[in-house]
Design a binder for this molecule. Sequence first.
Ligand SMILES: CC(C)(COP(=O)(O)OP(=O)(O)OC[C@H]1O[C@@H](n2cnc3c(N)ncnc32)[C@H](O)[C@@H]1OP(=O)(O)O)[C@@H](O)C(=O)NCCC(=O)NCCS
Length: 177
Amino acid sequence: MTGGGSGDPRGHGAAAVRTRRGCPADLDQVNALHGRCTPSSLSSRYHGALRRISPADWRRLVDPAHGVTWVMQEDRCPDDVIAVAHLMRTGVDGVAELGILVEDSRQGRGLGTRLVGQVLDHAAAAGCHTVTATVQAGNVPMLRIALGFGAPRPRGAAVMDLRIPVGPGGVPGSASR
Ligand SMILES: CC(C)(COP(=O)(O)OP(=O)(O)OC[C@H]1O[C@@H](n2cnc3c(N)ncnc32)[C@H](O)[C@@H]1OP(=O)(O)O)[C@@H](O)C(=O)NCCC(=O)NCCS
């Protein structure tokens, strides 16, 4: 999976928010983000009790051989990571898996939608046809994002596998939203 960063100078309220590719040096700030998130958000993301990403796991997440990671930052707090997203290879041709976490205090302001859109744009450019995400059934924001980008409504279960179509069959990502 290849592709460049997704600079995004659009403002969000009073603060401009930018997205860039994650790198090995971001681990401490990403773990600081985890420290500012509630156990509920972390559980929604990881489906378990994970609170910190290990150096080995982070190296894998930012290794292009395995996938792509993005971080969001606000211009007014340039050292803080306020959201992180990963698009990881699955071993199935054309299918990649999304994981995303937005800082609790910044949820519900459109950042998740914007970041997913950017990830889907990248996935389409990289030749994917489907982006998957595993979410708990009560995760309304993630479900709304996936449906908004064209995912079929998943069948009810405690844990749902979302499948977002990308490329010609999908709703365009950030470029047109
Ligand atoms: C899921 C998550 C990424 C969404 O990011 P966000 O920035 O909060 O989402 P947005 O502000 O873009 O809102 C997305 C949609 O959910 C809706 N929404 C947001 N917060 C909501 C809430 N608390 N209740 C109901 N709907 C909500 C928004 O109105 C929007 O829907 P719309 O476009 O149809 O109007 C974020 O909440 C998060 O990090 N959660 C914890 C980790 C997680 O669940 N990750 C997903 C599994 S990998």
